[in-house]
Design a protein around this ligand. Structure first.
Ligand code: AMP
Length: 187
């Protein structure tokens, strides 16, 4: 099963993606984690990505689509993937369709994590410093939210029109939300 977790920064996709991966055994892939690893290793990809990440901007589609190709071709992804933090643009969504179709697969479910902006800002203020992410300070976070609204939010309509998108009320206790996520993937 190929599942997309869609939602604003700070909506809990990472936490819920990990729980769902543990429960189902499906590989969770986070482009944010892959990029942070590349930055930490100082690879060319990491150097290119860091400039954008530090400003809360999206890393260019060509970089991400190259990364997606590698991820979806890896043996671990053969049983499907939980996509956390991608696609983030329509071009990426089309690339995901293409890459999956080349393997006779498709996007099966899209879970849209719904959280109001004021709640997101409260969460990020709590998270800053805890995970030690350079892009978790309130200014960079606000920028990420603006970028999300402009570049990623249109994917909600893209998938809603196509069918297979489920809204997840992502406010509440972690385990409550996890139960909604499980219901959303038909478990
Ligand atoms: P995340 O951990 O998903 O919040 O991602 C952290 C940062 O990595 C984002 O603010 C972007 O700069 C970059 N990033 C992660 N995933 C993508 C993506 N699919 N497309 C473009 N940039 C991304």
């Amino acid at each position: 099963m190929n599942i997309i977790l869609l939602g604003p920064p700070g909506s809990g996709k990472g936490t819920q993606g990990e729980l769902l991966a543990q429960r189902t055994g499906i590989l969770r892939v986070s482009t944010g984690d892959l990029l942070r690893e590349a930055v930490a290793r100082g690879t060319d990809l990491g150097k290119r990505a860091k400039v954008f990440m530090d400003q809360g901007l999206l890393v260019p589609d060509d970089v991400i689509i190259g990364l997606l190709g590698e991820v979806l071709a890896s043996p671990g992804a053969a049983g499907g993937v939980i996509m956390d933090g991608f696609p983030r643009t329509v071009a990426q969504a089309e690339a995901v369709d293409r890459l999956l179709a080349a393997r006779g697969r498709q996007v099966d479910r899209v879970l849209y994590f719904v959280v109001a902006d004021d709640e997101l800002l409260r969460r990020i203020e709590g998270r800053a410093g805890v995970e030690g992410r350079a892009d978790d300070n309130p200014d960079a976070f606000r920028q990420r939210l603006v970028v999300y609204r402009k570049q990623t939010q249109p994917l909600v309509d893209f998938y809603r029109q196509r069918g297979g998108l489920t809204d997840i009320d992502a406010v509440g206790a972690v385990q409550e939300i996890a139960a909604r996520v499980r219901a959303g993937v038909g478990e």
